[in-house]
Design a protein around this ligand. Structure first.
Ligand code: PXP
Length: 253
C-alpha cells in the first residue's frame, strides 16, 4: 500500500513496556526492570510510556507505576480497567493520561474495544473525577460510530482506536479484511476529530503494518509494545524504537 505523506500534525510514539515486566515476572526477580526499559525508550525517542496495571498484576505492578511516576521525564499513559481500585490508584498518582481498557470479556465489543454504550452512565461518573484531577482520559475503542459518539458524550477527551483486527488481517494475508478495517479507522478517525476528540491508535502494530495507520492524518499518537519489546531481543531497544519511528516518519514527516 502506498500512502501520501502528511506533515500537518506531529505523530507521537508511546512505547508500552508491559512485556518487559512479563519477562521479569517469569522468574520472580527484579530483572529485566521495566522502568529501566522506559527510561531507555524515552532516550531512544519515545514521546511517552504506556503501562497497563492489570487487576491480576500479571505484568506491571503497583511499585512499577510508582517508580515510573517518580523517574519518567516523558508523559505516562496509564492503561487500566474502569474499576474503583484502579481509579483510586490513578487519583493517587495523577498520570498525564489514563486510558480505559476492557479486561473482562463482558466489557468489550466484538471488535475488542471497551463497550461504552453498554455502560455509559457509570463511565460518565467514573471519568469525571479523573478529569478533575488533571488526567487526560482516553478510551480504547473499536472504530464504531455509536461507540465513539458515546465516548464523546460521557466526557472522554481522547479515543484510542483498536488496531488489532487490522493487524491480524495483515498477518493472515487477508487483504479484504485489512482494507475494510483500515477504511473504517480512516473514516472514524475523521469523525472523532470532528467531535473534538484527540485520536490515538494501537494494539498489535509492527513494522509491516504501521505505515497506513501512521498516515491517518487525525491520529496523533500510536501506542506500541509487544512487537517492539520482541524486536529489541534481536537489535536492542533503542534501534528497535528508532526503526519504528523512521517508519512512522516515512509517511508522516
Ligand atoms: N494500546 C492499548 C490500549 C493496549 O491495551 C495495548 C496493549 O496493552 C497497546 C496499545 C499495545 O499493544 P501491543 O503491545 O500489541 O503493541
Amino acid at each position: 500500500m502506498t500512502t501520501p505523506k502528511d506533515h500537518s500534525r506531529p505523530l507521537r510514539l508511546g512505547v508500552n513496556i508491559d512485556h518487559v515486566a512479563t519477562v521479569r515476572n517469569a522468574r520472580g526477580g527484579p530483572v529485566p526492570d521495566p522502568v529501566r526499559a522506559a527510561l531507555m525508550a524515552a532516550e531512544a525517542g519515545a514521546d511517552g510510556i504506556t503501562a497497563h496495571l492489570r487487576e491480576d498484576r500479571r505484568h506491571i505492578r503497583d511499585a512499577d507505576i510508582e517508580a515510573l511516576m517518580e523517574h519518567l521525564t516523558v508523559p505516562l499513559n496509564f492503561e487500566m480497567a474502569a474499576t474503583d481500585e484502579m481509579q483510586q490508584i490513578a487519583l493517587r498518582h495523577v498520570p498525564h493520561a489514563v486510558c480505559l481498557v476492557p479486561e473482562k470479556r463482558e466489557e468489550r465489543t466484538t471488535e475488542g474495544g471497551l463497550d461504552v454504550l453498554r455502560d455509559d452512565n457509570r463511565l460518565a461518573h467514573y471519568i469525571a473525577p479523573l478529569r478533575e484531577a488533571g488526567c487526560r482520559v482516553s478510551i480504547f475503542i473499536a472504530a464504531d460510530k455509536d461507540q465513539i459518539t458515546a465516548a464523546h458524550r460521557i466526557g472522554a477527551q481522547v479515543i484510542e482506536l483498536h488496531t488489532g483486527a487490522y493487524c491480524e488481517a495483515v498477518i493472515e494475508g487477508d487483504t479484504a479484511t485489512r482494507d475494510h478495517e483500515l477504511a473504517q479507522m480512516v473514516e472514524m478517525a475523521a469523525y472523532a476529530d470532528s467531535l473534538g476528540l484527540e485520536v490515538h491508535a494501537g494494539h498489535g502494530l509492527t513494522y509491516d503494518d504501521v505505515g497506513p495507520v501512521a498516515a491517518i492524518p487525525q491520529v496523533v499518537e500510536l501506542n506500541i509494545g509487544h512487537f517492539l519489546i520482541g524486536e529489541s531481543i534481536f537489535r536492542g531497544l533503542g534501534p528497535a524504537i528508532a526503526e519504528m519511528r523512521a517508519r512512522m516518519d516515512a509517511v508522516r514527516g
